[in-house]
Write a protein of this length. Structure first.
Length: 400
């Protein structure tokens, strides 16, 4: 095992030292898979992709959705992680549909809590654990599949359809690298406690110790803390990886690689290239005042403006000076204003925009303030019209 690990480390070292020359325009030529995407977690900027909307079998990446639903129901207190489940014949590891697949090795009539089943599903990629969770949540897997596809619509995965809870090949079960990236981002954001499970390297159940299928967790060059592997004959070798460097987190999705070795190599290439060539910067702090804007007819004269989320921009290092951030705030803001009411927006490189919101509720002022503001507003409008007319006259005189 040491020899194999050493070979893998040497291989990664070679990749890390020979992949700086690839620029933003031709990285896709070096990633020989059916589909992939590399995306920044914070800004949601797609750094590189190939066939990211191509529908392909998800294999065990399906379990991310099963885990997501499980976590959401725990958060909503509809189920509890300590709930105990009796294993039936459908989730028994000897169920014929699980033959030659990854298992937690659940015994029939065994009592197992949700927390351990979730670990078995994530760390050991146990297909039996996935079915046990599905049965508990929805009564049977058929009903759970309906629930999975409701979540697909709810979080707007446009090209995904599930036919089982575990990911073994099934007709009309498909996803895309783009959809899987989106689901992974939501998993990390909405369920950080669940996400911690994805970086656990080993798990023992029924006295059987199994390693996490994601051997990139042992990588020493990147801070990789997830996410999920997948493999079936139809799907090939899939891998979703999340890695952090300083304040940047990148997510890569590989679908349809030819081997474990290839999916690992391509993932390392993408991460190395992404961290070397792009920088992510926070431009607005969550719920912090970005700017004050004059407000009319209100009890206060100034309105604090910002966003209820952190806002990030990701830029290609060589094009840093070319980034254009344009702030557009409504010219005349009148009270009353509700908290988190849209006040304007930020345009980022003409391709992306985010809204700016009021960070405070402003009620109407007293009658005296309202009357004075109306007078000021009318004077302001009158001056604006005079300036516009003068400009028109000057232009016409010049034309003559």
């Amino acid at each position: 095992m040491k020899i194999k690990n050493n070979k893998f480390i040497i291989l990664i070292f070679i990749i890390l030292n020979n992949f700086n020359y690839i620029n933003a325009k031709n990285i896709y030529k070096y990633i020989n898979v059916k589909s992939y995407i590399l995306i920044d977690y914070n800004s949601k900027k797609i750094l590189s992709q190939k066939n990211y909307n191509k529908k392909l079998p998800p294999a065990s990446l399906t379990k991310i959705m099963t885990s997501y639903i499980n976590s959401d129901l725990i958060k909503k207190k509809k189920i509890n992680k300590n709930d105990k489940i009796k294993i039936n014949k459908n989730s028994w590891f000897k169920n014929p549909i699980f033959k030659n697949s990854s298992l937690m090795f659940l015994e029939k009539k065994q009592i197992v809590n949700i927390n351990n089943l979730n670990k078995g599903m994530i760390i050991q990629s146990g297909n039996d654990a996935s079915v046990a969770i599905a049965n508990y949540i929805s009564g049977n897997e058929k009903n759970f599949i309906k629930l999975m596809n409701k979540y697909v619509k709810k979080i707007n995965l446009k090209n995904t359809n599930f036919k089982n809870s575990h990911g073994l090949d099934s007709k009309n079960q498909y996803t895309t690298s783009k959809d899987m990236a989106k689901l992974s981002i939501l998993l990390i954001k909405n369920f950080p406690e669940t996400y911690k499970i994805y970086k656990i390297k080993k798990f023992t159940f029924n006295k059987i110790k199994q390693k996490n299928r994601n051997n990139l967790l042992w990588n020493k060059y990147f801070n990789i803390d997830g996410i999920k592997t997948g493999h079936t004959e139809k799907a090939g070798y899939n891998l979703i990886t999340s890695a952090k460097k300083n304040n940047t987190r990148l997510i890569s999705v590989i679908l349809g690689a030819k081997s474990i070795k290839e999916r690992n190599i391509y993932t390392i290439k993408l991460l190395k290239w992404g961290f070397n060539n792009f920088t992510t910067k926070k431009i607005i702090n969550k719920k912090k005042i970005f700017k004050y804007k004059k407000i009319w007819l209100g009890e206060n004269n100034l309105l604090p403006i910002g966003n209820y989320n952190n806002i990030y921009i990701t830029y290609y290092n060589k094009n840093k000076k070319k980034n254009k951030i344009i702030y557009k705030i409504f010219k005349t803001i009148k009270a009353p204003i509700n908290k988190y009411q849209i006040i304007g927006k930020i345009n980022i490189n003409k391709k992306r925009f985010v809204f700016l919101f009021s960070l405070k509720k402003i009620k109407k002022g007293n009658y005296l303030n309202i009357i004075l503001d109306y007078i000021k507003l009318n004077i302001k409008k009158y001056i604006f019209k005079i300036k516009k007319y003068l400009k028109f006259l000057i232009n016409n005189i010049y034309d003559i």
